[in-house]
Every structure is written in C-alpha cells, then in structure tokens.
Design a protein around this ligand. Structure first.
Ligand code: FES
Length: 180
C-alpha cells in the first residue's frame, strides 16, 4: 500500500515538475517523501516491537488487565486474574498490583484508596505500601504483590503472586512501548 501511495504521489508530482524548472520543488517533494515514509516505517517498527513484547509477556504468564487510562492516581481498582481479583494502583508515576484481600478481615483493598502513600483498606483503615505490600512501621502485616508491566498503554500483571511483602519496581505509567 505504501508503494501504491508513493507511485500515485509521484504521478501527480511528475506533472508539476515537468512545468517547473526550479529545483526547489524537487527538493521539497523529496523531503516530503522521506518524512512520510520515515513516519510509516517508525510506526510499523513501534507496532512490531509492541507485538513482540506482548507475545513474550503471554509466554511469561502475564495477563493484560486494563488500560493505563483506566487507573486514577490514588484510587484503587480491581481486575480479574484467573479466578481471583487483584487490586491495581497508580501511584507516583508507577503501576502496582497487590492482593485484593486485607489481612485484617478480608476487606476489598481495591475499593480503597492511597492515603499518606499507603493503600488504605475501606473497611477499617489498615494500610499497606503499594510497592511491597507491607504495613508501615510499627505494623508488620503483609499482602502479596505482583509484577506489573505497561506496554503500548496496556497494563499487564503476572498471573502468579509473589510472596507477601515482596518489593516490586512497579511499571512506569508511560510504558515500555508508547502509544503512537
Ligand atoms: S478488613 Fe481491612 S481493615 Fe479491616
């Protein structure tokens, strides 16, 4: 399709260039062609890279759970991961995932919010840090955390939880392969 597009542009331009003797038009045409083809090639490369990364993630057991835009800073959200829910968090430019089950009485953490930098259970206010699932000192409760990735605007979460209290880097909101 790109070739057909180029040929049709060339056809139109050829008519103009026949009557115009100035080299400026030819240079402008060449510059425009290089720009258009360059943009197409860059977009194709980006999509191919995103597809490769997504294929690798599936093989590593990650699951795509939502778009980055579905998450709000400081507010929890839940997503199904197989037969259980995980809590998703957007905090300080990173995406984190934790167990959705509070260690106190099983409250739904994903329906809570982040207060003073900690996930705060909506039932009785127990808190956990988003990056490692640990309660802030002096408390020592812990919930499971999950590895996260952001690719092409999609949030991916590892299907298997890491042990409670495992520290995670979190996935940068802008992701590894950006939206075009
Ligand atoms: S169930 Fe979470 S604080 Fe009580």
């Amino acid at each position: 399709m790109l070739i057909a597009y180029g040929l049709s542009v060339l056809h139109v331009a050829y008519g103009v260039l026949q009557s115009e003797r100035s080299a400026v038009y030819a240079v402008l045409l060449l510059a425009a062609a290089v720009t258009v083809y360059g943009l197409h090639i860059a977009a194709g490369w980006r999509e191919a890279k995103a597809d490769r990364v997504k294929t690798d993630l599936v093989e590593e057991g990650f699951v795509s759970v939502c778009r980055v835009g579905d998450l709000t800073d400081g507010a929890g959200r839940t997503a199904w991961l197989g037969s259980r829910r995980v809590a998703l968090w957007r905090h300080e430019g990173k995406i984190y995932a934790t167990s959705n089950v509070c260690r106190h009485q099983g409250g739904p953490l994903g329906e809570g919010e982040i207060i003073d930098g900690c996930i705060t259970c909506p039932w009785h206010g127990w808190q956990y840090r988003p990056a490692d699932g640990q309660s802030p000192p002096p408390f020592d409760e812990r919930v499971a955390t999950y590895r996260t990735r952001v690719v092409d605007g999609d949030v991916w979460v590892a299907a298997e939880a890491d042990p409670a209290g495992t520290s995670q880097h979190g996935a940068a909101v802008e992701g590894e392969v950006r939206d075009g």
